[in-house]
Ligand binder design. Structure first.
Ligand code: TYD
Length: 144
C-alpha cells in the first residue's frame, strides 16, 4: 500500500504547555521559540461569542498561529485544501498550532469562552485569503 503524501495539515498539532500545579491554582506559560515554533508579534482574543457564531473563515499566506481555549471550549476545523481535520479545544494548557496556508473555522463556542491567539505577524489584511475558492486555486497553483 502506498503511504499517503504528507500535507501542510500534518504540521498542525496540539502542543501541551507546561503546567505548574498548585493548591492556589494552576499556572501555564509559553515562551516564543520554546513552547511554540515562532516569534510572537501579536496577541488577540475572541470573547463574548454568541451561541452559534462562527469565527475565522480564512487562511493566511505567512502567519503562524497558536490558538488556546483560555476559558470554555470550541472546535477548530482546519483545511489545507486537500484534507480537513477538527480539533476540540477545552483546556487552557493546550494550544493548536496552525502554520501558514491553512483555512480555519472556529465554531461551537461554549458560553463565556475565550479564544486566545498568539501570532507571528502584526495585523496585515494582505496576508489574509478570505475567499474559499481563491484559497483552493492557490492550493492548486502551489501558492504562486
Ligand atoms: P478576523 O481576523 O477576520 O477575525 P476572526 O478570524 O477571528 O473571525 O478579524 C475581524 C476584524 O477585526 C477585521 O475587520 C480585522 C480586525 N482585526 C484587527 O484590526 N486587528 C487584529 O489583530 C485582528 C485579528 C483583527
Amino acid at each position: 500500500m502506498l503511504a499517503e503524501k504528507s500535507t501542510v495539515l500534518d504540521d498542525c498539532r496540539i502542543i501541551d504547555f507546561p503546567k505548574v500545579t498548585d493548591y492556589r491554582g494552576n499556572l501555564s506559560f509559553i515562551e516564543e521559540n520554546h513552547q511554540i515554533p515562532f516569534q510572537i508579534k501579536r496577541v488577540y482574543y475572541l470573547y463574548d461569542v454568541p451561541s452559534g457564531a462562527t469565527r475565522g473563515g480564512h487562511a493566511h499566506r505567512a502567519l503562524h498561529q497558536m490558538i488556546i481555549a483560555l476559558s470554555g471550549s470550541f472546535d477548530v476545523i482546519i483545511d489545507d485544501g486537500l484534507r480537513k481535520q477538527s480539533f476540540f479545544l477545552n483546556r487552557p494548557h493546550y494550544g493548536l498550532y496552525i502554520p501558514p496556508r491553512v483555512w480555519r473555522e472556529l465554531e461551537n463556542f461554549s458560553s463565556n469562552s475565550v479564544a486566545l491567539s498568539l501570532v507571528s505577524e502584526v495585523y496585515d489584511e494582505t496576508d489574509y485569503v478570505r475567499d474559499y475558492q481563491a484559497f483552493k486555486r492557490l492550493v492548486l497553483n502551489g501558492w504562486q
